[in-house]
Design a protein around this ligand. Structure first.
Ligand code: SF4
Ligand code: SF4
Length: 196
């Protein structure tokens, strides 16, 4: 039997948030609500990215964000960057790039507090969900018999949401926030963790 978690509730609420402004002509809110995370593989070859904590679902987020960059200015870790013009309609919207600019999961979420448009919706820290860490064994140092716990040490969630099990990295999908700190800390090239 599937169970419906508090995190599921907040994700569902963000996707249907009535405060979101009009979406494109002919587009329903249901259509605008997907995908939840824009970090999945892109068809256009451009690098993927994460949205900041509390972000509405992708199409609503792009329609709602006023490009004021108040969240970017409020982030104490310079984790947020504006998308460039190659991203067309999403140009200027804030993103997190886990390999170089992960989210530190600030306890007071100043990015959300600073957002004037509602594109970043108030969200409890333990309900933040930007994506999910996925481990790839191919390049991981553990796979080759050596010890490495860099990703585990970097996880800001308490207790941490990833650990080793039988020489593999296991991620708690219920509690992982997708902050990208594990990706940032991973010393392999390519990284042995991605956020999807
Ligand atoms: S939680 Fe903190 S580190 Fe993460 S994007 Fe918001 S302000 Fe930046
Ligand atoms: S497993 Fe990685 S992405 Fe998930 S919360 Fe921990 S550091 Fe962040």
């Amino acid at each position: 039997m599937s169970h419906y978690t508090r995190r599921d509730f907040f994700q569902f609420w963000r996707r249907l948030a009535p405060a979101a402004p009009a979406v494109a002509d002919g587009e329903t809110h249901a259509e605008a609500a997907a995908p939840a995370h824009p970090t999945a593989e892109r068809d256009d070859g451009l690098p993927g990215y994460l949205r900041p904590p509390g972000a509405l679902a992708e199409a609503l987020f792009v329609a709602t964000c006023d490009r004021s960059h108040e969240c970017i200015k409020a982030c104490p870790y310079e984790a947020l960057l504006p998308l460039g013009e190659a991203y067309a309609a999403a140009q200027g919207t804030p993103v997190i790039l886990p390999e170089t600019h992960p989210c530190r999961l600030c306890s007071d979420l100043p990015c959300i507090a600073a957002c004037p448009s509602g594109a970043l919706a108030p969200t409890p820290l333990d309900e933040v969900s930007m994506g999910l860490a996925r481990w790839s064994e191919e390049n991981c140092i553990l796979t080759h018999g050596d010890l490495c716990t860099a990703c585990i040490a970097a996880c800001p969630v308490s207790p941490v949401t990833l650990w080793t099990e039988g020489g593999r990295i296991v991620v708690d999908a219920e509690r992982c926030t997708g902050c990208g700190m594990c990706v940032y800390a991973c010393p392999t090239a390519p990284r042995s963790l991605t956020i999807g």
